[in-house]
Design a protein around this ligand. Structure first.
Ligand code: SF4
Length: 355
């Protein structure tokens, strides 16, 4: 797969945007249960009062995921979060996740208010694909159909032909490849590499990576499997090729949860954010889940199998956002209209697959 390596993301840039000190998720783990209950009660009341619904990602804390379930909200991957927010009648969407998820919600629902616990919660893929640089990359390759991953800014989506999530990327690229299209892919080089190998498409990729998945180590995983040969290996395709090659199953977060339930293994090594374990334990009670090996717990790893930006979501800042209306997501209407074409194209394609 050809790769545009001229724009490798400087890890200093990632560090600049990392939350300082302990994340709100870590701090909230120490809250007394009674305080958590009070906060949850307050959020439940605010959701009703503000005609809001909570939409959460699998990587946020178990408290937020449970709260979404208890209040008629939803926890899922970014594709289904977008679908749910779009179809739900609430006038306000409270999105617990990272910024591009709030922006996608706003793109699809410009008439709704979209609130997030912390607007600084970003993503290394989004950070590593600035809109201006990306536009220049597209201009250099006008013959290619531009397919971007959901983990991008509204401006990058507006420059694309298609937006995809990991659950549908392979199908969309296969569809375009069948039609003889050449693809310009951004920003995740590992997902791009995986999709290219699965489909055989002519795919030129941007050089971005997820800070969580990139840290999984292939040799250490091999060693782990030798020690524990009965364990199944579940891998998200944002992981490097050496990790994907060892997988019993590769898929999006929702697909990985289904695989955890359906595969016969009693134990799994999981190469994705460990926030997903909450839902995996619910889907497959009694099974054991352990994170795939990373560079090191404190010295070398930035994310250490848990997204530092997802961990900026908590009960306290969600309460504040609902109380004050702060942290509202705004997308330039013109940008939003253009981005919506790419997002709708994916949703329409996904509907056609379900028919
Ligand atoms: S886990 Fe990776 S892809 Fe997901 S939001 Fe965090 S940095 Fe981005």
């Amino acid at each position: 797969m050809p790769l545009d390596t001229s724009r490798v993301l400087d890890s200093e840039l990632i560090r600049k945007y990392l939350p300082r000190g302990r994340t709100i998720e870590e701090l909230e783990q120490e809250l007394e249960p009674v305080i958590k209950q009070e906060l949850k009660g307050r959020i439940k009341a605010l959701l009703k009062e503000k005609d809001a619904v909570l939409v959460a990602h699998y990587y946020v804390s178990a408290d937020l995921q449970e709260l979404a379930a208890e209040t008629g909200g939803f926890t899922s991957d970014s594709l289904d979060m977008a679908r749910f927010g779009h179809e739900h009648p609430a006038s306000t969407l409270a999105v617990a996740g990272v910024r591009f998820m709030g922006e996608t919600a706003k793109i699809l629902n410009p008439e709704k208010k979209v609130l997030m616990p912390d607007l600084e919660a970003t993503c290394s893929l989004d950070l590593g694909c600035p809109a201006e640089d990306f536009a220049a990359f597209c201009d250099e390759h006008p013959d290619r159909t531009v397919v971007v991953y959901a983990n991008t800014s509204a401006e990058v989506k507006a420059r694309s032909d298609w937006m995809v999530t990991s659950s549908i990327a392979e199908k969309v690229v296969a569809h375009l490849h069948e039609k003889g299209k050449k693809i310009l892919w951004a920003p995740d080089k590992y997902l791009g590499d995986y999709v290219q190998r699965k489909t055989g498409a002519d795919l030129l990729s941007w050089d971005g990576a997820c800070v969580v998945h990139e840290e999984f180590k292939a040799q250490a995983l091999k060693d782990m499997r030798i020690e524990d040969p009965e364990a199944g290996v579940l891998v998200h395709p944002e992981s490097p090729r050496g990790i994907i090659e060892q997988a019993d199953f590769v898929g999006s977060t929702t697909q990985l949860i289904q695989a955890a339930r359906d595969l016969p293994h009693k134990k799994f090594i999981v190469a994705t954010d460990r926030g997903i374990f909450h839902r995996m334990r619910q889907a497959a009670p009694g099974k054991i889940f352990i994170p795939a090996p990373i560079a090191g717990e404190t010295v070398d790893c930035i994310a250490c199998a848990h997204c530092p930006w997802m961990a900026m979501n908590g009960l306290q800042n969600l309460t504040r956002a609902l109380e004050t209306g702060e942290n509202e997501i705004h997308v330039d209407p013109q940008v939003g209209r253009r981005a919506r074409i790419a997002v709708e194209r994916m949703l329409e394609f996904s509907r056609s697959l379900r028919k």
